[in-house]
Design a protein around this ligand. Structure first.
Ligand SMILES: NC(=O)c1ccc[n+]([C@@H]2O[C@H](COP(=O)([O-])OP(=O)(O)OC[C@H]3O[C@@H](n4cnc5c(N)ncnc54)[C@H](O)[C@@H]3O)[C@@H](O)[C@H]2O)c1
Length: 362
């Protein structure tokens, strides 16, 4: 009897799945404004381990916001926007809780700009037929799906923006500003919570030191093939100089780091660059990092902030590592500082204006 049942099942034709079978339910970005986590995070103070570390990091972020002389650098790595943390950064921007951002390209282009063009990230699962996803042109980030065909529109849009600009080297900051201008000139972003657009409107510079390592790289490959002689290129040394100029223009500085990678090191290194240019520079006074990496391998992403002190980058009085996955820890730390309200006495520093003479048509 069981054999016969198996045979019947075998004879049934396998129904071909479609994209729509997979791309159904969208990722929803968490809204820190809706959840007052202050009592919750305060109660972690008398716990131990990561809870107490998180409590201390949240208080350090609040202290950065209280310190009127402090420029706040936010560094972003990992796939945190496709995971639902985009609106947290959007709210930090709109409430003057951050003054400059250093990020990976995946976050700014493949994930934020992509959603600003009207596309979505979908809830998925890692327990899936990956070959079927490949056949359907669905990309997977752990338990999240993306429509590869839509991502290609994002690549092409970056190429189109590059085609439209004066052919010369740009810092990634300049190019990302042009992405904001593109959204503005084309009816605005298709979503309310675009980080690129909010930063454009609030004059907050965004730097992506490895700009070609994402959807933007595909756009640039197309652009530079189309214009083999003179073309738009990205000058990452210019990025470093511009970010250093922000440090030089600041009395004090603090960094809020999500994950590690290039954005972490780039933003810590501006202290050394400022020291070289000015003869002396204050180390970052405040520093917090959320990361899943630890320090045993000697690599950058898990290197502690106390270790960064030996390199002359971070003071040891107000620093805290939080060993946690960012989707858990970031809403708690950012939500705590949001509901404490110290940002209400803070003015936006509008560092984009520091470079306005270098901007085209601006
Ligand atoms: N992640 C993507 O989906 C993706 C897609 C296209 C291109 N890229 C490119 O790959 C490069 C590296 O990207 P990356 O930032 O994804 O990875 P990464 O591995 O460089 O991240 C750096 C470190 O940050 C920490 N980290 C990352 N995610 C975390 C999380 N959720 N919580 C806590 N800690 C976390 C980890 O310790 C990790 O080693 C960038 O240039 C990016 O543009 C990434």
């Amino acid at each position: 009897m069981p054999v016969r049942v198996r045979n019947i099942r075998k004879k049934k034709e396998k129904k071909m799945a479609t994209k729509q079978d997979y791309l159904k339910e969208t990722i929803q970005h968490i809204d820190i404004k809706q959840h007052n986590v202050v009592p919750f995070v305060d109660s972690m103070e008398k716990m131990a381990f990561s809870a107490r570390d998180l409590n201390r990091a949240a208080k350090i972020f609040d202290n950065m916001l209280k310190d009127k002389d402090c420029t706040i650098f936010l560094t972003l790595a990992g796939s945190i926007f496709s995971a639902g943390l985009k609106k947290v950064v959007f709210d930090l921007i709109n409430n003057n809780m951050v003054d400059a951002i250093t990020s990976t390209g995946a976050l700014i282009v493949d994930q934020d700009f992509f959603e600003a063009l009207g596309y979505k990230h979908y809830i998925g699962t890692p327990f899936v037929d990956n070959n079927e996803l490949r056949e359907l042109a669905i990309d997977r980030i752990y338990d999240t799906y993306i429509d590869e065909d839509e991502l290609r529109v994002c690549d092409e849009t970056i190429g189109k923006i590059a085609d439209s600009l004066e052919k010369r080297p740009y810092s990634s900051r300049e190019f990302i500003y042009e992405m904001g201008r593109y959204l503005d000139n084309n009816g605005g972003p298709k979503v309310e919570d675009s980080v690129v657009y909010a930063a454009y409107k609030k004059n907050i510079p965004i730097f992506v030191p490895a700009f070609s390592d994402c959807s933007a790289g595909f756009g640039f490959v197309m652009h530079q093939t189309k214009f083999p002689g003179e073309h738009v290129s990205i000058d990452s040394a210019k990025d470093f100089l511009e970010l250093t100029k922000i440090k030089i223009a600041s009395k004090q500085s603090g960094i809020f780091m999500i994950g590690g990678g290039v954005p972490k090191n780039f933003t810590q290194d501006i202290v050394v660059a400022a020291d070289l240019l000015e003869g002396s520079a204050e180390m970052h006074k405040y520093a917090i990092q959320i990361t899943v990496a630890d320090e045993r391998d000697g690599a950058l992403s898990g290197s502690t902030l106390k270790e960064a002190c030996t390199w002359g980058k971070v003071q040891t009085s107000s620093e805290q590592m939080v060993y946690s996955e960012a989707t858990i820890a970031m809403p708690l730390i950012a939500g705590y500082a949001y509901h404490k309200g110290s940002w209400k006495n803070r003015q936006g520093k509008e560092f984009q204006k520091l470079f306005s003479s270098e901007k085209i048509d601006a």
